[in-house]
Design a protein around this ligand. Structure first.
Ligand code: COI
Length: 355
């Protein structure tokens, strides 16, 4: 892509990097020196600026604070073994961002602004990409309404930002999952497919109650019967039953994960049949009882591939011996190999940071 947008760059006078350890990083707590900021007004995106990371000033009447017109993405940048920096599948996140924008009545972002803005920002903060297995530079684009008025209507002005956060794994060990039946994450016609803050806010109570019972996450079920599994709080979900990988089909209430799509491709390349279809909890229980439930795992940008070691449905415990698994560890091994440049990137998932 030929870069023609004019991005103003104001560099920090003092980098925080010398005082920051890039080892054992928690998710989402450390941020780099710079951020990208662009305003939308008068029906147009204004000049993007890369500037020192810092506070955003707003009035208490800011529309987002009241009605939550806000969307975001999660993307990762890596270094290959030869040291070259790449961003993983940024165009897929760009497309999803605009799908979220349309659903939330927000303006679309031009491809060049999203992709070149991100590439340039990563280039400015290149030294922040961690060089350690399972670590990466997490990229967080987000947009929110900025009208200063509390009438309920779409804002006419917006801000778009990109932040960078060097990070380690979101889950450092296999998860215990609680199958949620009381609360609902999303219903058909709602915003489940959009990456909007409200989806996450409404998940927090169910998550807190599951955590209080000793679980790491919830597995959401459908809004009508609470029987068909959907996705987890921060990840899509896959089950390997016999020789088939099954993941819930995207029917409007499920987020179309970029890692989900990557994993489907890699599983198929490993010779597995992959089915995207409604998956009833009884089918999972029956497979567990029959010994054909071989593996279960979550996929997400932040979470990458996270094994599920326990699934709890109404007190019925399905325990899984993650040590014996071969299929999802092989997917993870290949994904890491592609990201680290040790396996050919035949799908052209890796987007170079250096133009
Ligand atoms: C991601 O995987 O990038 C996510 O956005 C999930 C979560 C951290 C909100």
């Amino acid at each position: 892509m030929e870069a023609v947008i004019d991005i103003k760059v104001i560099k920090t006078e003092k980098s925080k990097l010398p005082g920051t350890s890039l080892e054992n990083l928690p998710f989402g707590k450390v941020f780099t020196d710079h951020m990208l900021e662009v305003e939308y007004k008068d029906g147009q995106w204004q000049q993007p600026v890369i500037k020192p990371f810092g506070p955003i000033s707003m009035l208490p009447t800011n529309a987002t604070l009241h009605y939550g017109q806000t969307i975001f993405e999660g993307i990762k940048a890596y270094r290959t073994v030869s040291g070259e920096p790449y961003i993983f599948r940024p165009f897929d996140n760009f497309h999803r961002f605009n799908i979220s924008a349309a659903r939330m009545m927000m303006p679309e972002i031009p491809e060049e602004l999203f992709i070149e803005g991100m590439r340039k920002l990563v280039e400015v903060d290149l030294d922040w990409i961690p060089n350690k297995p399972d670590h990466s530079l997490y990229i967080r684009p987000f947009m929110f309404a900025t009208d200063e008025a509390i009438g309920v209507r779409p804002s006419s002005t917006y801000s778009f930002y990109i932040l960078l956060s060097p990070t380690g794994p979101y889950y450092s060990k296999p998860c215990r999952i609680y199958v949620e039946e009381k609360y609902t994450r999303a219903a058909p016609g709602g915003i489940g497919f959009a990456k909007s803050g409200g989806n996450y806010a409404s998940s927090l109570l169910a998550f807190a109650e599951a955590q209080a019972k000793g679980f790491d996450q919830v597995l959401w079920t459908d809004a009508f019967e609470h029987k068909y599994v959907q996705e987890m709080g921060t990840m899509n979900v896959f089950f390997i039953i016999g020789n088939t990988a099954i993941t819930p089909n995207l029917e409007g209430s499920i987020l179309e994960g970029v890692t989900r799509s990557t994993v489907i491709t890699l599983l198929q390349e490993q010779g597995l049949k992959v089915e995207e279809r409604p998956l009833h909890i009884d089918e999972i229980i029956a497979a567990h009882k029959a010994g054909t439930l071989k593996e279960a795992f979550g996929t997400g940008t932040a979470a990458t591939i996270t094994p599920i070691k326990e699934l709890n449905y109404k007190g019925y415990e399905m325990l899984l011996d993650t040590d014996k698994w071969t299929i999802s560890p092989e997917v993870k091994r290949r994904l890491d190999a592609i990201r680290e440049g040790r396996e050919a990137d035949v799908h052209q998932w890796m987007f170079p940071v250096k133009g």
